[in-house]
Design a protein around this ligand. Structure first.
Ligand code: ADP
Length: 616
């Protein structure tokens, strides 16, 4: 038994949840009886669960006025592990479908032995005039004998174990610990859970003397907000619930309250936070939704309910279909849970799409906080989920400097344009300063301005959108010139091949070639990348943890504006004093690096060269 108890439950504190759930079941059973048998004489509000703490004797007592157990039932239900009376009751009473019965597994009761070295159960079955006591120290079986008990119901008394270095059991003798455990795990048990709480009050007839009095307090809030219908709950109630339960100081951006029936039957209450938790983008962040079974919390963060790309969603799921399950491992294979997770994912997506369509500003705020996570989702698993997520992406566009979806971009595209143009850079300002950006927007093209390091990986994963291919305007293949212009520049490059070759040599392997270009409007030089790895990707890949010393290099071309005076100067230098050409090459390359937002290889040499030229 010890093995079983300690392998099923990771948190000892859940013993209280189990014992309370049993009482709640017992109350439901009697309530169910009262519906058909008027002699019970109890109304829905007469059923209560009482908790009492006895510090001196180190006991916690949980009593209920539920259906109780006969001698036989005590023997059967508490004597045998995995014999659930609740399950049998449900089986025998088809109508009982209508009432919530939490217990199904027949192991919950034993969790009391995680914290107790002795458990006493006094019970009087409803309609019987004899009461019985079941008593056990856990290891060596149990004893059953007659006892005194005034009215029907069950009283479970747990004798707490002595404290050890590792475990503090005395904390369960503290009113506030018990109160918070009830709030945490059993807040939505519909019967009142009561306890005498000590309060300090002004002594009667005095003005400054205080006394401590015990006041019978209901610890649970009883009606779960998610079980109410949407029209019954105000925005403020949703917001307060969210903030209290998920420890946020800000109202959520979106509340998603649904009640689903069909293949999976559940109620869910989900929230999209307005900002990322401070540890969101770290390993410490744990995704997951709270999982309830019939109003009882069975898991605090059920990760299987949320895909990684929606890990920012907070909330809970309450399902009738799930049993108060016994282990995380089992839950993982639960087909019902998988079905719920699927439905929830669809719901989140459709709510985000709705927000994107109808509440643009809110969506942009959302994307600012969690867009990176969506982007990870696009390129993770080699793009497995990209089609699901691509319409949730927004990027800054050169078009009115606003955020745009890819669909909106494509809509604005001229029909014969087959490309979606983008540029990458650390900031929007740096992108605007790119010579290629100036050239492209100058020609009336709309350019997506990608400033996040994941962006380019997203683009490479998507490859195309709506039949349009992504084109990096800093890529050498990007060419807007006419056939004549192309011919002209080709000729210029051929005619000056010696100058260009000499410059390339001077740069010693930093570039794959040096070329004249007519793509730049005002700028003298720029760097262009050739092949799959762009300049920004080079930076990102090398900055990744584990990149080591084997730096990845983009293949880079130094482009020189043929219309700029510097081009004519280069030809002249080559004709007059070819040995000086190396200096020009180095200076221009450094300039191009700086413009592209890269650091220069040898700043000392660069500054020396600048000064040399200044002193001429
Ligand atoms: P489960 O609740 O999963 O059925 P437990 O080990 O917690 O399993 O309890 C075993 C059985 O003992 C219950 O199904 C129920 O029939 C009976 N039982 C436990 N606690 C009570 C109680 N407070 N009142 C009446 N019956 C109870």
């Amino acid at each position: 038994m010890d093995l079983m108890i300690n392998s099923i439950y990771t948190h000892k504190e859940i013993f209280l949840r189990e014992i309370i759930s049993n009482s709640s079941d017992a109350l439901d059973k009697l309530y169910f009886k009262s519906l058909t048998d008027t002699s019970v004489g109890l109304g829905a509000d007469d059923f209560v669960i009482d908790i009492a703490i006895d510090k001196e004797n180190r006991t916690i007592t949980v009593s209920d006025n539920g259906i109780g157990m006969t001698e036989d039932e005590l023997d059967q239900n508490l004597g045998t592990i995995a014999k659930s009376g609740s399950f049998a009751f449900k089986d025998e009473n088809e109508k009982a479908e209508d009432i919530d019965i939490i217990g199904q597994f027949g192991v919950g009761f034993y969790s009391a032995f995680m914290v107790s070295d002795k458990v006493t159960v006094d019970s009087k079955a409803y309609g019987s005039d004899k009461a019985y006591r079941w008593e056990s120290e856990g290891v060596d079986g149990y004893r059953i004998g007659e006892c005194e008990k005034a009215s029907f119901g069950t009283t479970v008394t747990m004798h707490l174990k002595p404290d050890t270095d590792d475990d503090d059991y005395s904390k369960y003798l503290d009113e506030y610990t018990i109160q918070s455990l009830v709030k945490k795990y059993s807040d939505y048990i519909r019967h009142p859970i009561r306890m005498e709480m000590t309060k300090t009050v002004l002594k009667e007839g005095t003005e400054d003397e205080y006394e401590e009095v015990a006041e019978l307090t209901t610890l649970n809030s009883r009606v779960p907000i998610w079980k109410k219908s949407k029209s019954e709950v105000t925005d403020e109630e949703y917001n307060n619930f969210y903030k209290e339960k998920f420890y946020d100081f800000e109202d959520p951006l979106k509340v998603i309250h649904s009640s689903v029936e069909g293949n999976a039957t559940y109620k869910s209450l989900l929230f999209i936070p307005a900002h990322a938790p401070f540890n969101y983008y770290t390993k410490d962040y744990e995704k997951g939704l709270q999982l309830y079974s019939k109003g009882v919390l069975i898991m605090d963060k059920c990760a299987d309910l949320l895909p990684d790309y929606y890990s920012f969603v907070k909330g809970l799921v309450d399902s009738e279909d799930l049993s108060l399950n016994i282990s995380r491992e089992m839950l993982q294979h639960d087909s019902q849970l998988k079905l719920i997770a699927k439905t929830i994912e669809k719901k989140i997506k459709s709510e985000l799409e709705k927000m994107l369509k109808n509440e643009r500003e809110k969506y942009e705020q959302f994307f600012k906080a969690f867009g990176v996570q969506i982007k990870f989702g696009v390129y993770n698993f080699y793009g497995l989920h990209k089609d699901e997520l691509k319409d949730l992406l927004i990027f800054t566009s050169s078009y009115e400097k606003k955020q745009t979806t890819l669909a909106e971009y494509v809509e604005r595209l001229k029909e014969d344009d087959k490309n979606i143009y983008y540029a990458t850079g650390e900031t929007l300002e740096k992108i605007e300063m790119l010579p290629q950006y100036e050239a492209a927007t100058g020609k009336g093209l709309e350019v997506l301005m990608l400033t996040e390091y994941v962006d380019e990986f997203v683009i490479k994963t998507l490859m195309e959108y709506g039949g349009k291919t992504f084109v990096n305007i800093c890529d050498e293949e990007f060419d807007l010139s006419s056939d004549e212009e192309k011919e002209a520049i080709e000729k210029a490059n051929k005619d000056n091949s010696e100058v260009l070759e000499k410059m390339k040599e001077a740069l010693g392997g930093s570039v794959s070639s040096v070329r004249f270009t007519n793509k730049l409007s005002g700028h003298p030089v720029c760097l262009t990348s050739e092949g799959a790895i762009s300049l920004d990707m080079e930076k990102t890949l090398n900055a990744m943890p584990g990149a080591g010393d084997n730096k990845i290099k983009a293949t880079v071309v130094l482009d020189i504006n043929i219309d700029h005076p510097v081009a004519a100067k280069l030809k002249k230098v080559y004709a007059d004093s070819p040995d000086d050409l190396a200096k020009y090459a180095k200076l221009l390359y450094s300039e191009a690096c700086l413009i592209a937002g890269r650091s220069i290889d040898d700043p000392v040499e660069h500054s020396k060269l600048v000064c040399d030229f200044m002193s001429l």
